[in-house]
Write a protein that binds this ligand. Structure first.
Ligand SMILES: NC(=O)c1ccc[n+]([C@@H]2O[C@H](COP(=O)([O-])OP(=O)(O)OC[C@H]3O[C@@H](n4cnc5c(N)ncnc54)[C@H](O)[C@@H]3O)[C@@H](O)[C@H]2O)c1
Ligand SMILES: [Zn+2]
Length: 526
C-alpha cells in the first residue's frame, strides 16, 4: 500500500473507528484530520466554527490534508471530516494521491447514531432534516471515491476489512459524480474481481468477439456459472468494419432474448471495438443498464477504458453515433495482453507514449528504459505502464467529464494522425501507427512555431523508433492528408485546437488557422 488510505463519509458514518481498525490491522499510522486541526487551533471544532468561521476551518483542513498526502514514508490511514472533500479540487487531488473509501449512511442512521450531539455544529437544529439536506448537497463528495462501502448492520471490523481490501487493490478512480468507478489493473484481476464487479446482478450478458472469446471467455463463464448467475453470451464479428449499429442491434436483441432487466449487467471482454459497442448497448438497453469493461488490448486498456465514450461508426464517419455512458467497473487484466497480435500491441504503445508526453515523465523514462520487458510483455511492467496511463487519463477526464476543454490535450498527435489514417483508408496504417506519425508531425510543427524544443522532438522520435513505431512522416502523401485535416469533430470554424508539447509532461493547446496548419503539414515533406 504505497498511497495513503482516506476514509471519507458523512458525520457518524464511523470514519474514525473504521480508520483506526484498518491502521491496527496493518500496523500503519492513523491520522484523524479533525484532531490535527483542533491541535493546530488549540480549540474544539464547535469553538473554531464559532470563533474563526467555517472558512478558516476549511482552509486549515485543506492544508493539513495536502501536508499528509505530501509526506514521504509509510502511507497512513487518514480519517477526514465529512465536509473535507466537498470541494472538488481537493477531492480530485485526494483521488489521485490516495485511495479513498466512502462509508455510506442514511439520514435515519445519522439520527440514531448522533442523537442531539451539540458538538456537531453542522447538524444544529432538526438533525434529521439537516442530515438529509447535507447528504444531498454532498452527494458527489461521497460518490466520487475508489469504493463506496455500506455500513448498515456491519461491525467496524467488517467494514475495515472491506476498506483494507480496496486499499490493497489500489485501483485508479475515475470521478464522474454518481457514475464514478474504479479501474483495477494487474495480472489476474479479470477472474479475481469479475464476480464482485457483477454484484448484485443475477443476470449477465457476456459480450466478446470471435477472436477473443475462444481464448479468454471460458474462464469467466465458468466463474459466473459457479456463482449461479443467469448467463447469456454474444460474440461480435471482429473488426472495425463491424463497429456498426447492426452489431449493436444484435447485442440489444440478445439482451432482450436473455430477459435482462434494469438490474442486469453487460460485461465486455475484448478490444476497443467490443468495449465501445458494449458500452453503447448498455447505454441504450432499457434506457441504460450497468456494464463492466474487461479490455483485452493495450489500446483499449490505456485509452478506451477511461472516459465513458461509447458508440459505433456510421459508414466512413468514425464514432459518429454514441453516448457518454460510464462503466460501473473496469478490470484491466494484463494477462490478456499475452495473446494480443503484435501489430495491435505496438500500436497501443503509441498511445502510451502520447500519455507519457501529456502527463507522466516517469512513464516516459520507463518506456525508454524497459524496451526488453515491453517486448516480452512482462506482466509487472505492463501493470505499471497501464496503471500510469490510466491515472493520467483519469486525471484529465475527471476534471473535464464532458469534453468541455481540458480533455483536448488527449488529442496530442491526433490532428495530423487522423488525417494520415484517413488518407491511408483506415487500412494501411493502424490507429496507433497513425498517432505515432501524428506525434512526429505535432512535435515538428511545434518546433516551427516555437513551442517545442528540438531535443524534445528528437527524444520522442527516438522512443517511438525504439518501440518500432513509424516516424517517417515525410514519406506520407502529405498534400492529400493535409486536405483531410479538420474533417473530424475537433474543429471550431476555421481554426483547429492544436496540442503542442513543450516538455515531457508539459503540453498546451493553442488555436491554429486551418489553412496555416495545412500548409505546415505539407511542409513536413521536406
Ligand atoms: N472509447 C474510447 O474512448 C476509445 C479510445 C480509443 C479507441 N477507441 C476505439 O477502440 C477501437 C480500437 O480498439 P482495438 O485496437 O482494441 O481494436 P479491436 O477491438 O478491433 O481489437 C483488435 C483486434 O485484436 C483482436 N483481439 C483483441 N484482444 C485480443 C487478445 N487479447 N488476444 C487476441 N486477439 C485479440 C480483436 O478480435 C481484433 O481483431 C476503435 O474502434 C476506436 O474507436 C475508443
Ligand atoms: Zn487515439
Amino acid at each position: 500500500m504505497k498511497r495513503p488510505l482516506i476514509v471519507n463519509g458523512f458525520m457518524a458514518s464511523g470514519k474514525s473507528s473504521v480508520g483506526k481498525r484498518v491502521a491496527e490491522l496493518t500496523g500503519r499510522p492513523f491520522v484523524d484530520l479533525d484532531s490535527r486541526i483542533e491541535a493546530r487551533f488549540g480549540a474544539a471544532i464547535p469553538r473554531i466554527f464559532a470563533e474563526q468561521g467555517e472558512g478558516a476551518f476549511r482552509r486549515a483542513e485543506r492544508e493539513e490534508l495536502l501536508a499528509v498526502l505530501g509526506t514521504p514514508g509509510e502511507a497512513p490511514v487518514v480519517a477526514v471530516g465529512g465536509g473535507c472533500l466537498v470541494r472538488r479540487e481537493l477531492r480530485l487531488a485526494a483521488l489521485d494521491q490516495a485511495v479513498v473509501v466512502a462509508l455510506q449512511v442514511t439520514p435515519e442512521e445519522v439520527v440514531e447514531r448522533v442523537g442531539s450531539d451539540a458538538s456537531r455544529p453542522n447538524l444544529a437544529g432538526d438533525t434529521r432534516s439537516r442530515a438529509e439536506e447535507l447528504l444531498e448537497l454532498r452527494a458527489d463528495a461521497y460518490h466520487e471515491a475508489h469504493a463506496r462501502l455500506e455500513t448498515r448492520g456491519q461491525s467496524t471490523h467488517d467494514v475495515a476489512l472491506k476498506a483494507l481490501a480496496v486499499w490493497k487493490r489500489d485501483p485508479v478512480a475515475v470521478a464522474s459524480g454518481e457514475a464514478s468507478y474504479a479501474v483495477d489493473v494487474g495480472s489476474g484481476v479479470g477472474p479475481a474481481l469479475l464476480l464482485a464487479s457483477c454484484e448484485p446482478s443475477t443476470a449477465v450478458l457476456l459480450i466478446s468477439d470471435g477472436n477473443v472469446a475462444p481464448l479468454h471467455a471460458a474462464a469467466l463463464e465458468q466463474l459466473l456459472h459457479g456463482a449461479k448467475k443467469r448467463l447469456a453470451r454474444l460474440d461480435f464479428v471482429p473488426g472495425e468494419q463491424n463497429k456498426t449499429l447492426a452489431s449493436v442491434q444484435r447485442a440489444l436483441e440478445a439482451a432482450l432474448a436473455a430477459g435482462l432487466d434494469r438490474k442486469s449487467k453487460l460485461v465486455a471482454l475484448g478490444g476497443g471495438v467490443t468495449t465501445d459497442m458494449t458500452g453503447f448497448t448498455a447505454a441504450s438497453y432499457l434506457r441504460g443498464v450497468n456494464w463492466v469493461g474487461l479490455p483485452t488490448t493495450l489500446l483499449a486498456m490505456v485509452d478506451a477504458s477511461v472516459g465513458g465514450k461509447t458508440g459505433v461508426d456510421l459508414g466512413e464517419a468514425k464514432n459518429a453515433v454514441g453516448a457518454f455512458w460510464q462503466p460501473s467497473a473496469v478490470l484491466c487484466d494484463v494477462d490478456y495482453l499475452k495473446t494480443e497480435p503484435e501489430r495491435g500491441y505496438r500500436s497501443g504503445l503509441a498511445e502510451a507514449v502520447k500519455t507519457a508526453l501529456i502527463g507522466d515523465p516517469e512513464l516516459f523514462e520507463l518506456l525508454e528504459r524497459e524496451t526488453a520487458g515491453i517486448a516480452a510483455r512482462d506482466a509487472d511492467l505492463l501493470t505499471d505502464i497501464v496503471r500510469r496511463c490510466i491515472r493520467v487519463k483519469a486525471r484529465v477526464v475527471s476534471a473535464d467529464p464532458r469534453e468541455a476543454g481540458l480533455r483536448a490535450v488527449l488529442n496530442l498527435g491526433h490532428t495530423v494522425g487522423h488525417a494520415v489514417e484517413a488518407q491511408a483508408g483506415f487500412e494501411r496504417l493502424t490507429h496507433g501507427e497513425a498517432v505515432s506519425l501524428g506525434m512526429i508531425a505535432a512535435l515538428r510543427i511545434g518546433q516551427r512555431l516555437g513551442h517545442t524544443p528540438a531535443d524534445l522532438a528528437a527524444r520522442a522520435q527516438a522512443l517511438l523508433e525504439k518501440l518500432q513505431l513509424p516516424t517517417a512522416i515525410e514519406r506520407e502523401p502529405l498534400a492529400e492528408a493535409a486536405e483531410l485535416i479538420g474533417h473530424d469533430k475537433k474543429r471550431a470554424g476555421s481554426q483547429v485546437k492544436f496540442v503542442f508539447a513543450r516538455g515531457v509532461g508539459d503540453v498546451i493547446t493553442a488555436p491554429v488557422d486551418l489553412s496555416e496548419l495545412r500548409e505546415l503539414t505539407r511542409a513536413l515533406a521536406t
